[in-house]
Design a protein around this ligand. Sequence first.
Ligand code: NOJ
Length: 770
Amino acid sequence: MDGFNRSCVLALLASLHGTCVSAAPHPALPVDKTAFINQLLEQMTPEEKVGQLRQRFTSSEMPEPEVLQTIAAGNTGAMFGAAGRAVLRTLQDAAVKHSRLKIPLFFSYDVIHGHRTIFPISLGLASSWDMDAIALSGRIAAKEASSDGMDMTFAPMVDISRDPRWGRISEGFGEDTYLVSRIAGVMTKAFQGESPSSPDSIMACVKHFALYGAVEGGRDYNSIDMSMVRMYQDYLPPYRAAIDAGAGSLMTALTTLNGVPATANTWLLQDLLRRDWGFKGLTLSDHGAVAELIEHGVARDGQDAARLAIRAGINMSMSDTYYGQALPGLLRSGEVSEQALDNAVRHVLNAKYDMGLFDDPYRRIGMASDDPTDAHAESRLHRAQAREVARKTLVLLKNRDHTLPLKKQGTIALIGPLAKNPVDILGSWHALGQASQSVTVYDGLKNALGNTATLLYAKGANITEDKSSFDRLADGKIDIDSRSFMQMREEALKIAWRSDVIVAVLGESRGMSHEGASRTNLNLPGRQSELLSALKATGKPLVLVVMNGRPLTIGGEHDLADAVLETWFSGTEGGNAIADVLVGDYNPSGKLPITFPRSVGQIPTYYNHLNTGRPLTAGESALYKSQYFDLLDSPLYPFGYGLSYTDFSLSDITLSTQRLMTDESLDASVTVKNTGARDGETVVQLYIQDISASISRPVKELKGFQKIMLKAGEERTLHFTVNEQDLKFYNSSLEYAAEPGEFNLQIGLDSQNVKQQRFEWQCDLCDTAI
Ligand code: NOJ
């Protein structure tokens, strides 16, 4: 807003002759950022500097006078958790109208998979393998969040996870480094748009640096211990991809990495992040993580914790206690240098500058006269886009004898605790999504069927009978029916007997796949499996629609059901999107971004594991082979798997050469044919295996994919280019290089069912002794 520029920035600029010129990206924005920030720093007291390093929480209620006073006293750099333009305006007023230096606050929020219009959870978005759809979800989230006054989102969360016991697996994009890295870049760019300074952009804060998804046993906040090769090869690239895409900020993990908490980890925050990767942005601790250094057992007290964190490279402390309490004293005693403090403050101010807040602190909050009369107004939603994206995230896991799509006639029994449930369908981290605006499966089917078929509904079972343990995880919103399971099942069976087909919508409550929500058992919770068995006994065609935030061990349910549709938590328009697929108005094309285990005991089941010296080989004796003798060796559903209402065939692979030289490319082509009766999309996936190298390499790794639409009967030849870059890996000295030798190249419609060819890479310049 002009007032701010007149009152503060221009006053500062008056001493910086000639720094404000009309060629600047925003006319009023001072072009010499460094000079501007240096000038500002010179005017700040140590207390004001410390204040900039504190990010504080407030709810969306009108802030307490104490909060406003603290801001006006210059003791706060940013706020998170508050939503709504009026609230944010009041907070910003306290900073820019009442604090001495009038430095604006920035406002952050967990905009993870949508803001007001909720898109499918991240694991669902990844199932689309559709970068345009994913980008659209991020761009719309940014537009909606920025028009509510937000400047930053705590996303994308790009933690690779191979353990579905971990509830936060729902928030990430799956198990594969290549796919998650692609999405990390796409999401970062989508949030930030043209620039983080644009009024309709929000700054991305990539998290959780680093390796949060590798917590031992999948128990949230647990320790992480990992070899450097695995770290560099598999877990670090997605963070790097977000940074290379321009992410303006980064959040550390709440966990320890090889014994050192990420929040006190100099190697992570300085050597790797700043020195090796060249990150110039802002680093944030996670919520309360500086104080948690005491519980981690690396800090004696709050003072020690603040000292360790700022020295390691945490610029801003989220939900801060000890930066505020201890840094002024640490500065006086010389335990923290003025240079270290200035360095952290400079990053905060740089971020504010990059968000355009020195140009206009109200650029996203806007003027009160423009505030929407109803913040939840329908006109502020993006329903068509949410439905379009959600349809792409649904994964057809089984379809015996074309049980699906449903005929738009006769009687359909819709049964299950998630069938008419507007709360859980929004998923974890639903930001400002309103349950009253979400479309349930019941609503969606009603819309799709109109008067052509009869839709009967019964709840059938509760998601869980254990209200107390899950209440906490669902904001008290778990809807537990007081009737007994027997009563509910009987009601469900009555409508099942009257119907031509049964659609059972079963799964988890959204809070079960969330922060602090790890599970030791990945079965359908409660008595839902019993319900499914009872429904099966009717002999009617049985469709299972699963709603969940993680892979579940649903092998038994897979066997019972004639068709299985994985729908994750699909958001505001989820019910319409699911109905589109159920009745065949949309042909599903989603592919799993994560392996489904048969049993918790099999975890981890990631597809790109190393070979052992004794792999189990089909057709050979299983004695003394690497396997569990009490269960099949394969996963329930492999990475990359997903069916369609049509069928696709793949030709053998043609290679342009079987001998690839340095600086050359190889072309691998396949012809994909839609052999079925309807148009459809599929994802053609390229995998490479380095057969023999200086260290053991994975059995295969995803290196590319193409999502294509083919009309019924149509065929198309696809080309994949492979060069030295695709063959590189981190060796035991952490050098990133390809090694000459033979490689298997595989192309398939999932990670297991593939065509294969072999080629050799010859390296003119390599040391042949390798
Ligand atoms: C803690 C979570 O770990 C983090 O991902 C989130 O952004 C913050 N809380 C703020 O809600």
